[in-house]
Design a binder for this molecule. Structure first.
Ligand code: GH3
Ligand code: MG
Length: 515
C-alpha cells in the first residue's frame, strides 16, 4: 500500500511532466501564432524538467540517486522566475532586460550543481516521511537568493496582471484574472511547503507550477492573451464607421457599437437582452433584415427625421462550427445614393432649360412602348425662325427664349407627361394615355399659349411662335420608338412648310386649331 502511493504519486507527476513537455513542444511549433509562444514554450520546458525530476526524486531511497534527480529538477527551476517575469512584461507591453534577469538563474544552476564552498546547500539530509524519502537541505546564500527570486517573480507577475486588469477592456479581463491566479497559486504552494505544512513534507510546488503552466497555455493560445487580435477586434468594433448590431440566436440584442448607438436613438445599454423587433419597433426593416439574413441593398431608415439609405448585411457568428448568434452591419450609403440620384438627374436633364433631355425621352419611350397597354402620343415642337433671335439679339437672348418656351410648354402638362429638350430649339412632349385627337388639342393649347407669351429681354418684348408635329402610338402597334419619332419629325417638317405656327397632321381637330 505504502509503495503503491509512492508509485502513484511518481506516475502522476511524471504524467503531468510529460503533458507539460508536449505542450511546450506544441507552443514552440506555434510560435508564429503568438509572440509569447516561445517564452511560454521555454517556461513549460523548465516546469516539465522540475516536475519530472521531482517525480523521480520522490521515489528514490538513497541520497545520491535523489540528488541526481534534484540536479535534473534544477535544469528547470532556475529559469522559471526569469521566464515568468518576461511573460508578465510582455503582457504589460514592456521590454525585459533579459541578460539581467538571467544572472540569478545561471548562478543558481551552477551553484546547485557544484555547491562550491557550500554556497548553495550548507547541509543535506535524507529523511523518511513514511512512505516518502525527502531530501532536506539547509539553504546557503545562493539557494536563498533563488528562493527570493522565485517569490519576487511570482509576486511581480501577480501585481502586473491584477494591475493590468483594471485598465483592460471587459473582453480581456478574464485573461488577466486567470494569469493573476496562475501566479498566485505557486506563491501559496511555496508558502505551504516552506512552512512545513505540505503532506509528508513533499514539495508541492512542481505540481502547482504545472497547473499554472496549463492555465498560461490556455490563456495564451485559447484566449489569445498576448495577441493584439482581441484588443484590435474590440477597438475596430467600437470605432467602426458602420453600425454593428449583435444578437443571440433568438434575435435578442447582445451588443452594439458606438456608430449604432449614434445612428439609432432607441439603442442604449438597457435594451440589451431585448428582442430586436421590440427594440426597433419604429424601424421594422431591421428586424426583417435580421430574419431575412444575407445582404439587403439600400434599406431606407428614418434617422433623426431624415431618410437615410443603408446596405445591410447579416451574417452568422460562428466559432468552432457552432453558431452563437447573428451580427448585422449597417453601412450608411446615403451620400452614394444621393450622388447616384444626382448623377442620374444630371444625365437626364438639359442644363439650359432645366427640363429633361433626349436621353430621358428615349428611356421613357423605350420603357413605355414595352409596358403600356394604352395609346400615347408625341409632340415635336420647334421654335420658328429662332436663328433670327440669336442673330439679332445674341445668344443670351436665344437662351432666354429657349428657357421661357420650355417653361411655357411645361405649364400645361400633367406630372406623368414628359417634356424634354430634343436639341437646339426643338422640344418633345411625351403624353402617355393620350391619343391623337387629344394630343392635337394639347399641341394647340401650347401653340396658342406660346404665341401669346411675352418674353422680356433688355426691356424689349420678344414674341415667338412654334410649329408642332404630332404622332400617335397605339397599344397593338409594333412600331419602334425611332419610327414614331421620325413620323413626328415629318409632321413637324410639314408644319414648317405649311407656313409655321401650326400643327400637323391637320385632321379632325383642325377646326379646333383654327378656332
Ligand atoms: P425654323 O423656323 O426653320 O426652325 O428656323 P430656325 O431659325 O429656328 O432654324 P433652326 O431651328 O434650324 O435653328 C436652330 C438654331 O438654334 C440654330 C442654333 O444656332 C440655335 N441654337 C441651338 N442651340 C442653342 C442654344 O443652346 N442657345 C442658343 N441661343 N441658340 C441655340
Ligand atoms: Mg427652329
Amino acid at each position: 500500500m505504502a509503495i503503491s502511493l509512492v508509485v502513484l504519486v511518481r506516475l502522476f507527476l511524471s504524467g503531468v511532466a510529460c503533458v507539460i513537455f508536449l505542450m511546450a513542444m506544441v507552443a514552440w511549433r506555434r510560435r508564429a501564432h503568438s509572440h509569447e509562444a516561445h517564452i511560454l514554450a521555454l517556461l513549460m520546458l523548465s516546469v516539465s524538467a522540475y516536475c519530472f525530476g521531482s517525480a523521480q526524486e520522490l521515489a528514490q531511497t538513497s541520497l545520491p540517486q535523489a540528488m541526481f534527480w534534484l540536479h535534473v529538477e534544477y535544469l528547470g527551476i532556475p529559469w522559471i522566475p526569469a521566464l515568468w517575469i518576461i511573460l508578465a512584461h510582455r503582457h504589460a507591453g514592456r521590454r525585459s532586460p533579459i541578460l539581467l534577469l538571467l544572472i540569478i538563474p545561471v548562478l543558481t544552476l551552477v551553484g546547485q550543481w557544484t555547491n562550491l564552498y557550500n554556497l548553495y546547500d550548507t547541509s543535506i539530509t535524507f529523511v523518511l516521511h513514511d512512505p516518502f524519502w525527502i531530501v532536506t537541505v539547509q539553504r546557503g546564500p545562493i539557494a536563498l537568493l533563488n528562493l527570493a527570486y522565485l517569490f519576487g517573480a511570482l509576486f511581480y507577475g501577480n501585481t502586473v496582471y491584477f494591475w493590468k486588469y483594471r485598465t483592460l477592456p471587459a473582453l480581456l479581463r478574464w485573461q488577466a484574472i486567470l494569469m493573476g491566479i496562475a501566479s498566485t497559486f505557486p506563491l501559496l504552494a511555496y508558502l505551504v511547503y516552506l512552512c512545513g505544512w505540505s503532506p509528508w513534507g513533499l514539495d508541492i510546488a512542481p505540481l502547482v507550477i504545472s497547473m499554472s503552466g496549463f492555465v498560461s497555455y490556455y490563456v495564451v493560445f485559447r484566449l489569445e492573451l498576448f495577441d493584439l487580435m482581441p484588443m484590435a477586434r474590440a477597438m475596430v468594433f467600437k470605432n467602426m464607421r458602420d453600425a454593428v448590431l449583435v444578437t443571440n440566436l433568438h434575435y435578442r440584442l447582445v451588443d452594439f457599437n458606438t456608430a449604432a448607438g449614434t445612428l439609432l436613438p432607441m439603442l442604449d445599454a438597457t435594451r440589451l437582452g431585448t428582442d430586436v423587433d421590440s427594440v426597433f419597433a419604429q424601424i421594422p426593416a431591421i428586424g426583417k433584415a435580421f430574419r431575412a439574413q444575407g445582404t439587403s441593398k439600400d434599406v431606407s431608415i428614418q434617422v433623426h427625421h431624415e431618410e437615410r439609405h443603408f446596405d445591410v448585411s447579416v451574417f452568422a457568428l460562428m466559432q468552432d462550427r457552432y453558431q452563437y448568434g447573428w451580427a448585422m452591419i449597417l453601412a450608411d450609403i446615403t451620400d452614394q445614393v444621393h450622388m447616384v440620384e444626382n448623377l442620374q438627374i444630371q444625365a437626364e436633364t438639359d442644363p439650359l432649360t432645366g427640363v429633361a433631355n433626349r436621353r430621358a425621352l428615349v428611356a421613357a419611350m423605350e420603357q413605355d412602348l414595352r409596358a403600356l397597354d394604352e395609346p400615347f402620343s408625341l409632340l415635336l415642337i420647334d421654335i420658328d425662325h429662332f436663328k433670327q433671335i440669336n442673330d439679332r439679339l445674341g445668344h443670351r437672348a436665344g437662351d432666354l427664349v429657349l428657357h421661357a418656351v420650355a417653361a411655357q410648354i411645361g405649364r400645361g402638362l400633367r406630372t406623368k407627361d414628359l417634356l424634354c429638350r430634343y436639341g437646339g430649339d426643338e422640344f418633345a412632349v411625351f403624353l402617355p394615355g393620350i391619343e391623337l385627337a387629344q394630343a392635337l388639342d394639347v399641341a394647340e393649347r401650347i401653340r396658342r399659349a406660346t404665341e401669346h407669351a411675352q418674353i422680356e429681354f433688355n426691356g424689349e418684348i420678344l414674341r415667338v411662335t412654334i410649329s408642332v408635329g404630332v404622332a400617335e402610338h397605339l397599344p397593338n402597334s409594333d412600331e419602334h420608338w425611332q419610327q414614331m419619332l421620325e413620323r413626328a419629325d415629318q409632321e413637324l417638317y410639314s408644319a414648317k412648310t405649311h407656313g409655321r405656327n401650326c400643327i400637323e397632321p391637320v385632321g379632325k381637330p383642325a377646326a379646333l386649331r383654327l378656332g
